[in-house]
Design a protein around this ligand. Structure first.
Ligand code: CP
Ligand code: NVA
Length: 311
């Protein structure tokens, strides 16, 4: 039995929203951020509760959702698999029915995308994907908002993704289709994009380029992520060898556009996927990017609970 409350909207992958919805959300983020920075209260979610389920570790995602919900006037409750019944075999479908009767919004960080889909199918309230093996849509909302803040619209721009074609890369690829920009992906052999797993409609908005320097040439954004994502730790040593030539360094930033930005979802490993010189250098906007998780997710939570707002 699928219990879908009519009109409940979820954010399980980037392509769940249209370009118009993202235009609204980015504009709303700007307003919410301005209000917050000028100490103006904005508390549309008083008495509303967010439940956050974590099956993997997190610093930024937990902080930004928890702080964000508090700032919007609501409460956030943290559950993990270690000390909830989720870790003792309670089906996600049962958990979804119970949690969604006691809350207004659910955020989940887990392994398989299928778990998020099953949770949302049995939830009466909106579900947000806080990272799966396949996608990390909240991260790319923050990344694109950060680019817009620094450089303006992303339409027609070129993003160079250097490294593993992981959950963050897949989400960049979906975003390119929804928002109309281009992604060049450079991975070591055997680690390339799987378009079906990435949930792509086609191949118009991305190119796989073997040589990472060629991928970065004239790019507007150069971005990367850890060589080993959570859940793949057993491959760590092999990956360190395979990815050694896919490091973003100052030479790579020099072939990008002169005003190119460097993005990284964090946590970063200086000396592996990026040098300290680039991560801590003048083109890096990674701290703004991390902060913007808070602001975009406040706009997202407000939108999912209350819909389109005018002020
Ligand atoms: N970027 C990101 O999602 O960070 P956390 O793993 O710390 O949440
Ligand atoms: N690709 C990384 C992102 C962490 C925020 C991971 O899944 O571990």
């Amino acid at each position: 039995m699928r219990i879908v409350k009519p009109g409940v909207k979820h954010f399980l992958q980037f392509k769940d929203f249209t370009r118009d919805e993202f235009d609204y959300l980015f504009e709303r983020t700007r307003w919410i951020k301005e209000q917050f920075k000028s100490y103006q209260q904005h508390r549309p979610l008083i008495d509303r509760t967010l439940v956050m389920i974590f099956e993997k570790a997190s610093t930024r995602t937990r902080l930004s959702f928890e702080a964000g919900m508090q700032q919007l006037g609501g409460a956030a409750i943290y559950l993990n698999t270690r000390d909830s019944q989720l870790g003792r075999g309670e089906p996600v479908e049962d958990a979804a029915q119970v949690i969604s009767r006691m809350s207004d919004l659910i955020m989940i960080r887990t392994f398989e995308q299928e778990t998020v889909e099953r949770l949302s199918a049995y939830s009466r309230v909106p579900v947000i994907n806080g990272l799966t093996n396949e996608y990390h849509p909240c991260q790319i909302m923050a990344d694109i908002y950060t680019y817009i803040e620094h450089r303006g619209p992303i339409q027609g721009k070129t993003v160079a993704w250097i490294g593993d074609s992981n959950n963050v890369c897949n989400t960049w690829l979906q975003a390119a289709e929804v928002l109309d920009f281009n992604v060049r992906v450079s991975t070591p052999p055997g680690y390339g994009v799987e378009p079906e797993r990435a949930g792509l409609y086609g191949t118009d908005h991305f190119e796989q380029i073997d040589d990472p320097m060629a991928a970065a040439t004239n790019a507007d954004i150069v971005t990367t992520d850890v060589w080993t994502s959570m859940g793949f730790e057993s491959e760590n040593e092999e990956r360190k060898r395979d990815f050694a030539d896919w490091q973003v360094d100052a030479d790579m930033m020099r072939v990008a556009r002169h005003d190119a930005l460097f993005l990284h979802c964090l946590p970063a490993h200086r000396g592996e996927e990026v040098t300290a010189e680039v991560l801590d250098g003048p083109q890096s906007v990674v701290w703004d990017e991390a902060e913007n998780r808070l602001h975009v997710q406040k706009a997202l939570m407000e939108y999912l609970v209350l819909g389109h707002m005018n002020s």
